[in-house]
Design a protein around this ligand. Structure first.
Ligand code: AHR
Length: 332
């Protein structure tokens, strides 16, 4: 499976010439023949989570660990990702690792990778069902399950407060529309709203997984109503932006006597907010996927059978159980 890397110099040259490929510069020498060449197309750098994800891949697929990594940041543009994948195919890499912005629109380029005999490993986000036969393995989270855990916690929390039957007015800030985390987390909330006649979605808008956009969107929502019980944010950046907007508007964010803020990711800063009670619950989304990718590639290199899906391990944090020690010991 492992291709010999006479092309290493060509990779470097192409990277320099097209200016779109950055990352580890391969060593030139006898050892290079043993290195595995991986092209990695990352969706962007929209969140702390994403930065940690990129770092994890870069450090696991390092030269010391036997790899040449060609990294491309698509800056949130699907066309950039398609261009990067085509360039990886042209360079005849051994593997393509890829975190797509949205689930649709990949069939043609994935077929091109298949025709070139290059295995594609999806990380973090998945592709639509129709394209699944074109990828070797998906490594990432079960986003629907993450959402279901958030909703279960909210149901129990409202019960514990004695508010189980009362009306609940929910603001929903979504992530990038059409991305796997948005689809899964949104589905879980919408299913819960269906089950609970007393729950009302008073607003549902896209915060693009960023603090700035969520602040802007939340400020607009607050101009129309401040009668809000819960804000369900699809990542930490959005939670921080929504809290900024609510505090500016004079609202208190607290799980017992204020607006209940729910978030996903569990990055260090957001967990600090959790410790203060500003975020009630943070469902972890694990960005440390580099070791999983390394493991899958090494197993493929040994010719071992590989499952189609590897779900990463995740936990959750709420305002009652989070401690400073937990936060300090986190890697991101
Ligand atoms: O795809 C994972 C999501 O994308 C994370 O929840 C979010 O922070 C990121 O930008």
């Amino acid at each position: 499976m492992m291709r010999k890397i006479r092309l290493v110099a060509v990779f470097c040259l192409t990277a320099l010439l097209c200016g779109c490929v950055t990352g580890t510069q391969p060593a030139v020498g006898p050892e290079e023949d043993k290195l595995i060449v991986v092209g990695f197309s990352q969706v962007g750098a929209e969140s702390e989570w994403r930065v940690a994800n990129t770092e994890s891949i870069k450090s696991a697929l390092s030269e010391e660990n036997g790899y040449v990594l060609i990294f491309d940041d698509a800056r949130q543009e699907q066309e950039n990702q398609i261009r990067a994948i085509r360039s990886f195919i042209q360079q005849d890499v051994d593997y393509i690792v890829f975190s797509p912005k949205v689930e649709t629109g990949w069939k043609t380029v994935l077929q091109e990778a298949r025709d070139a005999g290059i295995p594609v490993i999806m990380i973090d986000r998945d592709v639509e069902v129709e394209s699944k036969n074109l990828i070797r393995v998906y490594i990432g989270s079960d986003f629907h399950e993450e959402g279901k855990r958030a909703v279960r916690w909210l149901e129990e929390h409202l019960e514990n407060l004695g508010r189980g039957d009362e009306p609940v007015r929910i603001v929903h800030l979504q992530g990038t529309i059409g991305s796997t985390p948005q689809i899964g987390r949104t589905r879980a909330l919408e299913e819960a709203v269906e089950r609970h006649p007393e729950w009302e979605l008073v607003a549902q808008e896209c915060g693009e997984f960023t603090r700035a956009k969520a602040y802007e969107v939340m400020t607009g929502i607050l101009a129309k109503t401040k009668d809000i019980d819960v804000v369900y944010c699809e990542n930490d950046g959005e939670a921080l932006g929504a809290i900024d907007a609510m505090e500016e508007a004079g609202l208190r964010c607290h799980p017992e006597d204020g607006v209940i803020v729910i978030s996903f990711d569990a990055t260090r800063l957001a967990l600090q907010y959790c410790l203060e009670g500003k975020i009630a619950l943070d469902i972890e989304c694990n960005p440390l996927q580099g070791p999983y990718v390394d493991d899958v590639i090494k197993r493929l290199e040994r010719g071992e059978a590989i499952e189609r899906q590897v779900v990463v391990e995740e936990t959750q944090f709420d305002y009652l159980t989070t401690t400073q020690e937990m936060i300090d010991s986190r890697k991101y």
